[in-house]
Design a protein around this ligand. Structure first.
Ligand SMILES: Nc1ncnc2c1ncn2[C@@H]1O[C@H](COP(=O)(O)OP(=O)(O)O)[C@@H](O)[C@H]1O
Ligand SMILES: [Mg+2]
Length: 236
């Protein structure tokens, strides 16, 4: 935290699945314009935490304030979730592009529906975003003709299309080979430099360093350490 406004505040969040604790007393603050990297071994609860932040999963205790919305323990009202989706973008390991739509159609779908932009407005926005991820030339292509790394960059453009206040990335490069990962991480580093608030689950230390991230380490559902990237990842 560097004193700027908080976009996410998690207060004492706990969650169990079938009686087994998955997240325990998570307290976390994400400052506007900052990059937070979440690390931890497989099964430690990283994805569950991200999914609790945008209401994809419910939790049992505590509260989440995100982009001006407040999620409480228990079920979330559908209308609240709609509002959260409008302000919070999410990216998964699998890109989940619509195969029957072109690249540009994938990118502009959400702004067309959610923000009710005209076809012209949303196309202009979509092309600018494809430019930003280096894929403008592929606007009319089908996703299947692109590499995995290119598809993930389209997914990033799609997530940005609603101009979210915060974007959550869940291991965005873990399904990609190293060369493709590098291209995707460069795009995310570029985003970080532009002041986009992000929470990124990744094991990539270089990315964390380049993005000057605040690192949160989770183990067995608990935050065991957090601090600036250089404090948490000692040089090797
Ligand atoms: N849909 C699910 N149903 C039941 N248990 C799950 C489900 N998803 C995850 N879990 C369990 O919750 C725990 C945390 O998982 P997860 O948040 O996916 O961890 P991570 O992303 O750090 O690998 C693990 O013990 C996992 O097995
Ligand atoms: Mg996970």
């Amino acid at each position: 935290m560097n004193g700027s406004r908080a976009v996410i505040t998690v207060e004492a969040l706990s969650k169990s699945r079938t009686g087994v604790p998955v997240l325990a007393n998570i307290c976390l603050t994400v400052a506007e314009g900052s990059v937070t990297v979440v690390v931890g071994s497989s099964g430690s609860g990283k994805s569950t935490l991200l999914r609790c932040l945008n209401g994809l999963e419910t939790f049992d205790f505590g509260a989440v304030a995100i982009a001006g919305h407040r999620l409480s323990a228990g079920p979330h009202a559908p209308q609240l979730l709609e509002h959260v989706r409008r302000d919070v973008g999410m990216l998964f390991q699998q890109f989940n592009l619509f195969p029957h739509l072109s690249v540009i159609e994938n990118v502009v779908l959400a702004p067309r529906v959610v923000l009710r932009l005209t076809a012209e407005e949303s196309r202009a926005r979509g092309l600018a975003l494809l430019d930003r991820v280096g894929l403008r030339a592929f606007a009319e292509a089908r996703p299947a003709t692109l590499s995995g790394g290119q598809q993930q960059r389209v997914a990033i453009a799609r997530a940005l299309a609603i101009q979210p206040r915060v974007v959550l990335f869940d291991e965005p490069t873990s399904a990609l080979d190293p060369a493709m990962s590098a291209d995707v991480l460069d795009v995310i580093v570029d985003l970080a430099g532009s002041g986009q608030t992000m929470v990124v689950v990744t094991h990539d230390h270089d990315f964390a360093r380049k993005a000057a991230a605040w690192v949160v380490q989770i183990d067995a559902g608990k935050i065991v350490r957090q601090g600036l990237v250089d404090e948490i990842f000692q040089p090797t």
